[in-house]
Design a protein around this ligand. Sequence first.
Ligand code: MN
Length: 280
Amino acid sequence: MTNFRMISQIIEPQYVIEGAGVLLRRSIAPHKSNLFDPFLLFDHFAFNDPIEGPIRGFPMHPHRGIETVTYMLEGSTHHRDSLGNAGLIGPGDVQWMTSGRGILHEEMPRRGESGNIYGFQLWVNLPARLKMTEPRYQEVNAETIPTYEKDGIKIRVVAGQVGGVTGPVTEIAASPLYLDVQLPPDTEFIQPIPGGHTALAYVFEGEGVFDDKTIEAVKLIKFDDGDSIRVETENHPVRFMLMAGQPFKEPIAPYGPFVMNTMEEIQQTLIELRNGTFIK
Ligand code: MN
């Protein structure tokens, strides 16, 4: 029998200011309680409303011990890093960046033809054995992200599998599922998710019925354990990011853009930054 996952928590994203004064909506942030293991942070950025002010970016900053996943819907983000990588993450593109032992990078959003900027950044943890791994990028152009389509349902598959469609991002420690799901009105959608994996849905347009509860944008839903997620729509369409991944069940020590396992490893990171040995 199918064991549909129930909602365990509904989170209202909070406005926070990050980088050089970027106002964004943050749903979760790294905390040693690690309640969303393997996920650490989920930010939603947009510059399409007067409240959000001028476009500012994220000037050079380091990361260690995590993966940052940038998904642009509108506009783009120009990035460059200490290893000589540079590029533009355009509309519909994904950058899955495994910081491993460390990078210094800059992320600067730019308006697109629409005049808007709209995107998400997800942070996924790395297990202890991979925290000091070599940095790696998986840059996925919009055209190479496959779309699962059936009965008006449209799902862009970044990582994981929907029906017979497999996402291009692979070899990620958390075995993640990362989907951009669009459902028309009067639809039912069921997605299997392995038992024991953490599952979150970020509802950012419209409304849908999750676990028999109507959820309106904008909310982050955390699900209890089970073997699949069931979503229905009634009179409205809904669009949400669906993410799931295997928890590592390790202690974490978060400190700004670093997430290690112990405070000693954080102190070591800060020493390396000061003495110029952070980048290997
Ligand atoms: Mn960054």
